[in-house]
Design a protein around this ligand. Structure first.
Ligand SMILES: NC(=O)c1ccc[n+]([C@@H]2O[C@H](COP(=O)([O-])OP(=O)(O)OC[C@H]3O[C@@H](n4cnc5c(N)ncnc54)[C@H](O)[C@@H]3O)[C@@H](O)[C@H]2O)c1
Length: 323
C-alpha cells in the first residue's frame, strides 16, 4: 500500500509538532508544506522533508491529507477548500470561529468524502483517558474545573480577538470539549465575564448543568501566571475525589480518610503526554480503515457552540439552554 501523503498548511509551532510525529509513522510521509512565510515551510522541509509549495492550490495537488495548522480565523476557509478537493482533513482547534462559519464548515465536512478530525488532543492524553476510565466505574456528582493561561502574548496573534475569535477559543475550548468527553452533553449554563489586561473579556466564571443532572463550576483567566497546574479538573464522587493536574498527574482519594493514590506521567515525552502522538495515529487509522475519527467535525462544532454560548450568556445576562 502506498504511503498517505501529508500536506501541512501553517508550519509554525503546532504544525512542526505534527510534522515530526507524522514523519515517524511508516504509513505516511510529509509530502507538501505551505506557509504564508515561505522560510518557515523551508525550515520544516529541512527537518522532515516535503515539497515547499507557494500556494494552497499547489499544496493540494501534492497530498492526500491536509493538516490545518494556521491561526484560528483561517481554519474554516482552508479546511473547506481541502474538503472540496476531496482531501482528508485534520483541523487544529478551534474547528472555526463564530457560529455561522462553524455551521457552514460542519455541513461541508459531513458531506465530504474523506476523514475530518479536529485537534482536541487532550482527549488522548493518558491523564484524561485514565480519568474517563475511573468515571466509567463510579458515578460523578459534580466538579470544579479551571483552565488558565499566563498571557496572550505568545504567539503574538493570541492577543488579537480578530484572529483568535476571543480568548475562550484559545486554550479554554480544550476543556469545554473535555467536559463533554468526560461528563456528557450540556443542558444549560450561566456565565460572568470581565475585562482586565487585554482588549476583550479575559476572565470567566461559568456554571454548567449537564443532561444527566451532573453540574460543575468552571473558571478561566487569560492573565493568571503560568503557575502549575494551569489546568485542573476536580471531580467529586461518592466519598471520593479525583483530581488532575495538567497532563502530568492524577490523584484518587477514596473513603473517609485523607489517603490518596497518585498516578504520574511526568516522565512521558510531552508529545505523548499531551496526546498528540495518539491523535495523529488515530487520524491515519481512520484514513486506512475508512472509519470515523474519535474527534469528529460535530465535536469541533459543539465546542465552538459552547464558546459562543458563554459569550452570549455574558452579553445578555441570560441562562442559555441547549436542546
Ligand atoms: N491542539 C493544541 O494543543 C494546539 C497547540 C498550539 C496551537 N494550536 C492551534 O494551532 C493553530 C496554530 O497555532 P501555532 O501556535 O502553531 O501558531 P504559529 O503562529 O506558531 O504558527 C502559525 C503559522 O501559520 C502561518 N500562517 C498564517 N496564516 C496562514 C495562511 N493563511 N496560510 C498558511 N499559513 C499561514 C504563519 O506564518 C505561522 O507560521 C492555532 O489555531 C492554534 O489554536 C493547537
Amino acid at each position: 500500500m502506498s504511503k498517505i501523503k501529508i500536506g501541512i498548511v501553517g508550519t509554525g509551532y503546532i504544525g512542526n509538532v505534527h510534522a515530526r510525529i507524522f514523519s515517524r509513522d511508516e504509513r505516511c510521509e510529509i509530502a507538501a508544506l505551505y506557509d504564508i512565510k515561505p522560510e518557515r515551510a523551508e525550515r520544516t522541509a529541512k527537518s522532515v522533508g516535503g515539497k515547499v509549495c507557494f500556494s494552497r492550490e499547489e499544496l493540494l495537488e501534492n497530498c492526500d491529507a491536509v493538516l490545518v495548522t494556521a491561526p484560528n480565523k483561517t481554519h474554516k476557509e482552508i479546511a473547506a477548500h481541502a474538503v472540496a478537493e476531496n482531501k482528508h482533513v485534520f483541523c487544529e482547534k478551534p474547528f472555526s470561529i463564530g457560529l455561522d462559519d462553524a455551521k457552514k464548515l460542519l455541513e461541508i465536512a459531513q458531506k465530504g468524502k474523506g476523514v475530518f478530525q479536529v485537534g482536541h488532543n487532550r482527549r488522548y492524553a493518558p491523564v484524561y483517558a485514565k480519568l474517563k476510565e475511573l468515571l466509567n466505574e463510579d458515578k460523578a456528582h459534580s466538579a470544579h474545573v479551571k483552565m488558565n493561561r499566563g498571557e496572550l502574548k505568545n504567539p503574538v496573534w493570541t492577543g488579537d480577538p480578530e484572529i483568535t475569535g476571543g480568548f475562550l477559543y484559545e486554550t479554554t475550548i480544550h476543556l469545554f470539549d473535555m467536559m463533554r468527553f468526560q461528563f456528557g452533553e450540556i443542558a444549560e449554563l450561566i456565565a460572568y465575564g470581565s475585562q482586565h489586561e487585554y482588549p476583550e473579556l479575559d476572565e470567566f466564571s461559568i456554571i454548567f448543568k449537564f443532561k444527566s443532572g451532573f453540574h460543575c463550576t468552571f473558571a478561566s483567566s487569560s492573565d493568571a501566571s503560568w503557575h502549575f497546574p494551569f489546568e485542573r479538573i476536580e471531580v467529586f464522587c461518592h466519598h471520593r475525589t479525583i483530581l488532575t493536574e495538567e497532563m502530568e498527574r492524577l490523584f484518587d482519594s477514596k473513603g473517609f480518610d485523607a489517603n490518596f493514590e497518585t498516578l504520574s506521567w511526568h516522565m512521558t515525552e510531552k508529545e505523548e503526554r499531551w496526546g498528540y502522538v495518539q491523535e495523529d495515529r488515530a487520524f491515519i487509522d481512520a484514513i486506512e480503515k475508512g472509519t470515523e475519527p474519535p474527534v469528529t467535525a460535530l465535536d469541533g462544532y459543539k465546542a465552538v457552540e459552547l464558546v459562543e454560548s458563554v459569550y452570549q450568556a455574558i452579553k445578555t445576562g441570560e441562562r442559555i439552554k441547549f436542546q
